[in-house]
Write a protein that binds this ligand. Structure first.
Ligand code: GLY
Length: 568
């Protein structure tokens, strides 16, 4: 059988209306990465070609974008175990053809036995490994509940949507070179943090093309197919999770699982120069920060200054600094803390925030503790637009790559380490160097503050873009740049996601830039007084544009990973 993986290869394919793959065949052993496609009907972009294809097939079978998002997410839980998940959480933002907007919040929650200082030692110092590694790092998973909340808007039977994932888990699929490298790099952690044998560990190192078969995960998926959300939150799977917790000294209980609730939030929607930006409200900080950054920048002629011009980059850095300072101070789960959202996003406030902006001169963050920005590919995003007028953006996460690295014995899925997204102690940076205050302190049942920013752009109430990215604290600034790159600088989706990115998050007070960021812009920023830090790839973005004239879709997958587009 042919097994073809073209890693890092930008491939542009123009499809005719004829289907690329027969709907009934997933062909796990015959896939390739497609970086940029142009299709007339429906498109899916996600972190793995098989997941994108699973979603595209659902569109071809008559499913809508929500059906495809469900199938893609379930497939990602199998083929992209580092971030696709059953044991994590996420957000879905959608614009439906009837004009309804969805913001499904299936973020993990702190278990009932969690407490504010649970990751501090007796002297009050953080033991950071506890919120990152193993059983105690896991929040109560929300993904499966989120999928069933989305089913209300789907067309096809659930079995049709989950069957591709079951096939991939049961029969296996050949892994990519990057998956092999990641599994090898995490082998010691898997061995240290698990109490039962797992499909991810074998004697010999993994290599590209090896088949990954996940029978325990296939069994769990079948329980979900048969019993719905109860196949995860109750019965055998819930018992497996709690048994795993007991073996590994975790605190999640049967009651935590049974009590998990999805929240249907009101999507955060705001106007930017005639475009409607639809994105995720709290407990994601993403939407509010995006609205703040776009509000602060709106009055400046950035398009005239040009893409990656030092003036434009400096202004974007300064609005990022201010939004992240507010994030640290004010934002947390709105079900637990009062957040002054209207004030933070008011035009008057945003204008006043820029009063001390000096063009050509670096601003200054009040330094408390400088955090370290790690280079990790946590979290994953998928974008879908169908031919019925629906657009969906989903960002879902285990937090770190492979989450807590703990796999539920007999159930075969990884648990998140989302508890680290809480502020374990005010002012102490988390794994992304983000600091927080009481607003994001741990409390039983509370949702930890997120940066995930699944976003849809409407023009005259019709979907124009669906976009988003993983990347921890860099998610918000990446989405901000993708929007500026397209709406202001006129870049194509492929350029908007692939051109080198930069990031400022207030603390540490430095501009992080990708290694291929233009040297002349770096020099100009240094001359203005900015500290520059070169770092690895920022995000893995997925963006689809629906051409307003002929409705043709331009679907672009990030060059930075195995990300791939599919459509018809
Ligand atoms: N775990 C990454 C985020 O939710 O922001």
């Amino acid at each position: 059988m042919r097994f073809l993986i073209l890693l890092g290869l930008a491939v542009s394919t123009v499809y005719t209306a004829r289907a690329q793959f027969p709907a009934e065949q997933l062909r796990p052993y015959d896939y390739k990465i497609e970086k940029n496609i142009t299709v007339p009907h429906g498109a899916v972009v996600s972190a793995h070609p098989l997941a994108s294809r699973a979603g595209a097939q659902i569109l071809q079978q008559g499913g809508n974008a929500i059906d495809a998002a469900i199938a893609t997410q379930l497939a990602l839980a199998v083929v992209y175990p580092g971030a696709g998940n059953l044991g994590g959480g996420g957000f879905m933002v959608a614009h439906l053809s009837n004009g309804k907007q969805l913001a499904l919040d299936y973020r993990e929650t702190a278990p009932a036995r969690a407490s504010r200082d649970m990751y501090l030692d007796s002297a009050g110092n953080p033991i950071t490994t506890l919120s990152l590694d193993g059983h105690l790092a896991a929040g109560v998973p929300g993904t499966v509940a989120g999928i069933f909340a989305a089913m209300k808007y789907a067309k096809l039977p659930f079995a049709t949507l989950i069957d591709p994932a079951i096939l991939l888990a049961e029969k296996g699929f050949p892994i990519t070179a990057s998956e092999a490298a990641n599994l090898n790099a995490s082998k010691a952690d898997f061995q240290r943090l698990n109490t039962a044998p797992t499909a991810f560990v074998k004697d010999q190192p993994w290599k590209e093309g090896d088949t990954l078969v996940q029978p325990d995960l296939a069994h769990t998926l079948k329980l979900i197919r048969k019993k719905g959300a109860a196949g995860f939150y109750e019965g055998e799977t819930a018992a497996n999770i709690v048994a795993e917790m007991k073996r590994g000294h975790g605190i999640m209980t049967l009651a935590d699982l049974k009590n998990y609730k999805v929240r249907e939030r009101k999507a955060l929607s705001f106007n930017y120069k005639g475009y409607t930006i639809v994105t995720m409200p709290l407990p994601s900080s993403g939407g509010i920060c995006l609205q703040q950054m776009m509000g602060m920048i709106e009055n400046y002629p950035v398009a005239q200054w040009g893409f990656h011009s030092p003036r434009a980059v400096q202004l974007m850095v300064e609005v990022e600094r201010r939004a992240y300072a507010d994030r640290a101070q004010f934002l947390g789960d709105p079900d637990f803390v009062k957040v002054p959202v209207a004030q933070l996003t008011s035009k008057k406030y945003l204008t006043s925030r820029m009063a001390d902006f000096v063009p050509g001169k670096a601003g200054n963050s009040e330094t408390t503790k400088a955090g370290v920005l790690p280079e990790s590919e946590e979290t994953t995003h998928l974008s879908i637009i169908d031919d019925k007028g629906n657009a969906v953006a989903v960002t879902t996460t285990l937090n770190g790559h492979y989450g807590s690295r703990t796999i539920v014995g007999k159930a075969g899925f990884l648990l998140n380490n989302e508890m680290d997204d809480f502020s374990v102690k005010p002012g102490v940076p988390n794994m992304y160097g983000l600091v927080g205050t009481e607003a994001n302190a741990i409390a039983p049942g509370k949702r930890m503050l997120s940066s995930m920013t699944p976003t849809i752009v409407l023009q005259q109430q019709q979907p124009l873009y669906a976009l988003g990215t993983p990347g921890g604290s860099t998610i918000i600034t990446s989405v901000f740049q993708m929007l500026m790159n397209t709406l202001e600088f006129g870049l194509s989706p492929a350029d908007a996601i692939n051109k080198p990115k930069f990031h400022h998050q207030w603390l540490p007070d430095e501009v992080a830039v990708e290694k291929d960021f233009p040297e002349e812009v770096i020099t100009a920023l240094q001359q203005m007084g900015y500290a520059i830090k070169k770092r690895g790839p920022i995000g893995r973005s997925e963006m689809i544009k629906r051409n307003p004239g002929n409705h043709v879709l331009d679907a672009a997958a990030d060059k930075r990973g195995d990300d791939s587009a599919a459509g018809y």
